[in-house]
Write a protein that binds this ligand. Structure first.
Ligand SMILES: [Zn+2]
Length: 475
């Protein structure tokens, strides 16, 4: 927690007219006079401009080509006179990090990924890589996921450096490649090959959650854990032949039967404690229909009809009360009249954060009920939950409250995964949080069409990130 004498954020006399803040920072009460003025208007202008430039660098993964955004960020750090390191995990796959030195407390990492998912311009109202501004919003792939978060983190980092703010801990800015494909060339590679980049790290901010507004209802989620991806490939083999004489036990037929058993199987619902905490926090602002269930979610494990309805109304939340598997890929013959000797399927399973993976695999293969089906793991990450009793969590909550006094704030469990699990594995308290309040209808822009973020969000997000970081570096 902050001491009352340190790191006060107070409006400067001119702040009513210009969104400028006087940040008073001290490392000990006797240094209270060490005050620094940070011109947040300049930071906000830079953030808007740099978001635009960043979006225009197309880092669609595959192939990623994050070396171009690595150079873009390197140029900025160089201009500011901040030392940085770069490393490429493969041709074109750049990563970059920089560290501001501070006191001995565990370091704070400001993380984001530089790659984006593909965007098909024919479904967009504006070119996804032109950063066009329409009605006060910047359209572009990466505005929500997650280049703008990276820019507001960068601006907070630059502000600390420029103002010579005394820091009681190191602050690390980190931008990685390849998150959208699992982080093999990004976060995972940096953790394995450059552990020095994270030396002394104790806290981390990354993508994972943001604010949401639906009518007058405002809510902020701070992601503390996520369902774990457990991606599997199933392969069957059988007698090959001519399509005119179908063998009953062909590879394709056996695969289809097993997949049907999987598709019609319900994994047992259960409510893990992180999910119960999340549901309880959002219950007060939920629709009246679901208030009681969210307050007492055990109902969902006993009342089959309630769960079925919950799944229709709130599918994102329903996915948090059981392990799930989606059959996403199928491969058989590539010729219509050939019965292939081999068939395969891709299955995207997502496991609850406390699930024992080997026990799940036993259940899964039992459901397939065909011992000759080969099951290979494609991705199997370890689960971990970050506690909420940390100075970083407190700082995020305090700053969200200041800007959105009516918003509910909840420690959330997310159905999707981010790079945070690599850092939770290292014992770093990691939170998924972006300081943006986005209309619920626009959140589908993440990996969807017309991804966009308002200029107002970028400006306010720049202030919020600086406030959060300022609190954490001068508790
Ligand atoms: Zn992302």
């Amino acid at each position: 927690m902050m001491t009352p004498l340190c790191a006060k954020l107070v409006p400067s006399p001119v702040s009513i007219l210009r969104s400028s803040w006087l940040i008073a920072v001290c490392v000990a009460p006797i240094w209270l006079s060490a005050q620094t003025t940070i011109d947040t208007t300049k930071l906000e202008d830079e953030a808007v401009q740099r978001t635009t430039e960043y979006i225009r660098l197309n880092t669609t993964n595959p192939p990623g080509n994050e070396v171009q955004t690595m150079r873009f960020l390197a140029r900025i750090l160089q201009q500011e006179g901040i030392p940085f390191d770069t490393a490429s995990s493969a041709p074109g796959r750049g990563n970059i990090w920089a560290r501001l030195k501070g006191g001995p407390k565990p370091a704070l990492v400001l993380l984001h990924h530089m790659d984006v998912v593909p965007a098909d311009p024919k479904y967009w109202d504006a070119d996804p890589f032109a950063a066009t501004v329409k009605n006060g919003e910047i359209y572009g792939r990466g505005t929500l996921d997650t280049k703008t978060l990276g820019i507001v983190e960068l601006e907070a980092f630059l502000a600390l450096h420029r103002s010579h703010t005394p820091l009681d801990r190191d602050v690390i800015f980190m931008a990685t490649a390849d998150e959208e494909a699992g982080g093999v060339f990004g976060a995972q590679w940096v953790v394995q090959h450059h552990p020095e980049a994270f030396r002394g790290a104790g806290f981390l901010i990354n993508e994972g959650s943001m604010g949401s507004v639906d009518g007058t209802r405002q809510s902020f989620a701070i992601e503390v854990t996520q369902k774990t991806p457990f991606w599997l490939k199933l392969t069957t083999t059988g007698k090959a032949g001519h399509g005119s004489t179908p063998p009953p036990a062909s590879a394709v037929n056996r695969l289809i039967r097993a997949l049907y058993r999987l598709q019609t199987y319900d994994f047992a619902p259960r409510v893990v404690s992180a999910v119960a905490t999340y549901f309880a926090a959002i219950a007060p602002t939920a629709s009246p229909k679901w208030k009681d269930v969210l307050t007492n979610p055990a109902t969902l494990t006993t009342d089959h009809n309630a769960l079925a309805e919950f799944q229709i109304d709130l599918p994102e939340l329903a996915a948090l009360v059981r392990n799930t598997c989606s059959i996403t890929g199928l491969q058989g013959s590539n010729k219509i009249n050939v019965v292939p000797p081999e068939a395969s399927a891709l299955v995207d399973c997502r496991l609850l954060p406390d699930q024992d993976h080997e026990a799940f695999l036993r259940e899964f293969t039992g459901v397939l009920n065909d011992p000759d089906i080969k099951v290979d793991k494609i991705i199997d990450f370890t689960p971990a939950v970050t506690a909420t009793n940390t100075p970083l969590y407190d700082a995020i909550v305090a700053v969200v409250h200041r800007h959105f006094p009516d918003a509910s704030i909840a420690p959330s469990v997310e159905t999707g995964f981010t790079d945070s699990h690599w850092f939770r594995d290292l014992g770093i308290a990691s939170y998924g949080f972006a300081p943006f309040m986005v209309p619920e209808a626009e959140q589908s822009g993440v990996h969807g069409n017309n991804e966009r973020l308002s200029v107002e969000n970028i400006r306010r997000g720049t202030q919020m990130m600086l406030e959060i970081v300022s609190r954490v570096v001068s508790e």
